[in-house]
Design a protein around this ligand. Sequence first.
Ligand SMILES: *Cc1c(COP(=O)(O)O)cnc(C)c1O
Length: 369
Amino acid sequence: MNKRYIPVYSPEIGEEEINSVVSSLKGGWISSKGPFVKEFEDKFASWLGVKHAISCSNGTVALQLALLSLDIKNSDEVIVPDFTFIATANAVKHVGAKPVFVDIEKESLGIDPLKIEEKITNKTKAIIPVHIYGHPANMDEIMEIAEKHDLYIIEDSAEAIGSEYKGKKTGTLGTISTFSFYGNKVITTGEGGMVVSNDAELIERCYILKEHGMSKTKRYWHDVVGYNYRMTSLQAAFGLAQLKKIDKIINKKREIAKMYIKLLSNESQIKFLHEPTWGKSVYWMNSILLPNGNYRDQIMQDLEHVGIETRPFFYPIHRMPPYLSNERFEVSEDISSRGINLPSSHTLSMEEIEYITNNLIEIVNNHYS
Ligand SMILES: *Cc1c(COP(=O)(O)O)cnc(C)c1O
C-alpha cells in the first residue's frame, strides 16, 4: 500500500516551467546571457511595483549586494531580528559588518520597534526587518526610527513574496529590498534571488558588483573587487513561468491559511499564527504555537509517523555558535521553543488540510490534556 506523505513544501513544476526552460536551452542560453534574465527582472519589478530589480544567485547574496550597495562594511553595525533564517545575519557578517540583534514582537514575529532604539550606536548604518513566514513586519514604526536616526532600511522579503503592509507590497517600502527564489519560497527559480529598489544608483551598484565589478563601458576593466553572483538564463526562464501564476499562487496560499484557521479555531492548545492587523500575509508558512515547548519535538515525530512533515521554528540566532551571547531575547526564545510550521505548499488540497488538522488535533490533545 502506498503510504500518504505530505511534505512541508513542494514546488510546482508544470508544463509551463518545463517549456520555458526548454526554450532557453533551444535558444542556446545556458549561462546568464540572453533575453530571459532581463525579462524576468523587468516583469518582477513591474509586478511588485518598483522601478528597478536586479537578479542574483540566491537570497543570501541579494542581501550581501544590498548591504554593499549602501557601502556597509567593516566596523559598521546593522540591526537584525534575533528570530530569522540565519542568512539575514550571515550576510551582514559576509560584508565585514556586525549584526546587532533585537527581540521580536508577538503580533507578527517581526523585529520589535520598541526595542530597536536601545541598540542604536554611532556605528549603526541600517535596520533589516524580516517579514517572517510571510507576515509583514511593523514597518511604519520601524521606518520612523530609521528616519529619526538616519538609517537605511533593507527589507528581507525572502519569505514574503506577495505580502502587503497597509496595502503596499512588502519589498517596496525600504531603501532597498531583497527576495529569495529558493525551491520552497512562494515562487522559485530553484536557487535565485533579487534585489529591488526605486533608487537606480543602488541597483546599478549591485549590477556592477555581481558582474565581477566590471566597468559597463570598458570591457575587462574593473574599478572594484566584484563577485560572480549572476542568475542563469535557465533559472530566469523557470522564474518567468512561475511569475505568470504568481497571483494564483498567492490567492491559493491565503485560501489554505483560511482553511487551517477554520479547522483549528476551536482548539485551545493550538494557536494558529494569524496575519497582523497592519497587513496581509502570504502565509509562506502556516505556523502554530503550542502552550509550551515540552512536547513540541514529540508532536512533530508523531505527525511524521502519520505522513505529515513539519518543521520546527528557527532557533534564536544568539544561541548558535557564530553569534553566541548571554543576552536575553524573551519573545524570540519563547516562540522558537514552541512553534511548528505545518505543510504549506500552494498545491495542498483541502482534503489534505483536513487530514493534517485532524491528526494534529488528536496528537496535540494526547500530550496536553
Ligand atoms: C530563504 C531566506 C533567505 C536566503 O535565501 P537563499 O536564496 O536561500 O539564499 C534569506 N532570508 C530569509 C528570511 C529567508 O527565509
